[in-house]
Write a protein that binds this ligand. Structure first.
Ligand SMILES: [Zn+2]
Length: 366
């Protein structure tokens, strides 16, 4: 076991360069002592954690707990991708956010990065305010050691499954609803992937959502904490990784672990067909889980980055506009239209993608 009294050698950034933020922060020795004296990690394991790079996709309920755990554990580089902004009903379970974030209407990735930097100034936090799509997922996966699922939808999970198998990057599926949740680590070429177990993506509306079933914050903490711990095991090279799917129901007091073999004829990990990664982008808009809101993406090819100040000038005569430097919000015709610099918009006040697209065309006009 490591001697916790031994002074830390140096405070360096994960890439080895001296990081001025580390000068101000706690010494690594002091900060991580409860991990380094844990036999499964030790000083060497902690060094590996410090060099690790993780992508967290979605920073809502599970993503918040994942990011919080990994930042406090000292994971050297956290890339956090989220498409949404903070709202009041998030605070019940999305532990990185507070009332001030709601008042400012910050994008979740931005608010998360601010909080995580205050928690651990010695690691790198890379916020990405973006939807994760077949077009950008491979770029987001670049140079990461693991991908953690903090999403609330199967569209993104099937895309992550394909992209991670293709790039041979481990990923951890996590899903929670009501008082139950599941998590499963996918080790490409070794363990079953998402499509070995559920060959086809469930159709929208066929699975319970947080809109119809609610979600308790306790199960979020349990499932995301299990996933974050699996990530640490992976970083330190532990042989204790869970192989199989874990199912927990906190209301019914059940805990099950289901061993699942790989399927040789699995289209993704067996045959190497990545149909969700290769699929054309659906341009009809995406209805967001439990939100009475639709996300509209700009037409393909129109990769303009918007000048939000200019757009605000143009929209001011139309309705009430508020900006915060990260997004622009327009209230018009009973809708709340939130426009991001990447020309995406979230239109609140409808679940109808056609209605949302017409509002988008009218006011954003891409
Ligand atoms: Zn498979």
């Amino acid at each position: 076991m490591s001697d916790p009294a031994t002074p830390s050698a140096t405070e360096t950034a994960p890439n080895g360069a001296r990081d001025p933020r580390a000068e101000r922060s706690l010494g690594a020795q002091e900060r991580y002592v409860r991990q380094t004296i844990f036999a499964g990690i030790g000083r060497e394991g902690q060094d590996r954690i410090g060099r690790a790079r993780a992508l967290i996709v979605g920073c809502g309920a599970t993503g918040s707990v994942l990011a919080n755990s990994l930042a406090r554990s000292g994971v050297g580089h956290l890339r956090i991708a989220d498409r949404d902004y903070v709202e009041g009903n998030n605070l019940q379970r999305q532990v990185l956010y507070d009332e001030e974030d709601v008042r400012r209407g910050l994008p979740k990735a931005v608010a998360a990065a601010q909080r995580l930097r205050a928690i651990n100034g010695a690691i790198t936090i890379e916020p990405r305010v973006t939807d994760v799509t077949a077009e950008n997922v491979e770029e987001l996966l670049e140079s990461v050691d693991i991908v953690l699922d903090g999403t609330d939808n199967f569209e993104t999970r099937y895309l992550l499954n394909d992209a991670c198998l293709k790039a041979r990057i481990p990923w951890i599926y996590s899903g929670v609803i009501a008082a139950y949740g599941v998590t499963m680590t996918v080790l490409p070429g070794e363990t079953a992937c998402l499509r070995c177990i559920f060959p086809e993506r469930p159709l929208p509306g066929t699975t319970p959502t947080c809109d119809t079933a609610g979600v308790l914050n306790g199960i979020v903490g349990v499932i995301a904490s299990m996933a974050a711990t699996e990530a640490l095991k992976l970083f330190v090279g532990s042989d204790r990784l869970v192989r199989g799917l874990t199912w927990v129901d906190l209301w019914e007091n059940t805990f099950e672990r289901i061993e699942l073999p790989r399927q040789p004829d699995c289209p993704a990990c067996g045959l190497g067909e990545y149909e969700y990664l290769d699929a054309p982008i659906d341009e009809s808009g995406t209805s967001l889980c439990g939100r009475n809101a639709v996300q509209v993406r700009p037409p393909r090819g129109a990769h303009a980055s918007l000048d939000l100040a200019e757009l605000a000038d143009r929209l001011r005569p139309v309705g009430e506009t508020v900006g915060n430097g990260f997004l622009l919000r327009l209230r018009v015709d009973g809708y709340e239209v939130t426009i991001f610099p990447d020309a995406r918009a979230i239109i609140k006040g409808t679940d109808d993608t056609a209605v949302a697209r017409s509002i988008y065309a009218k006011y954003v006009g891409m």
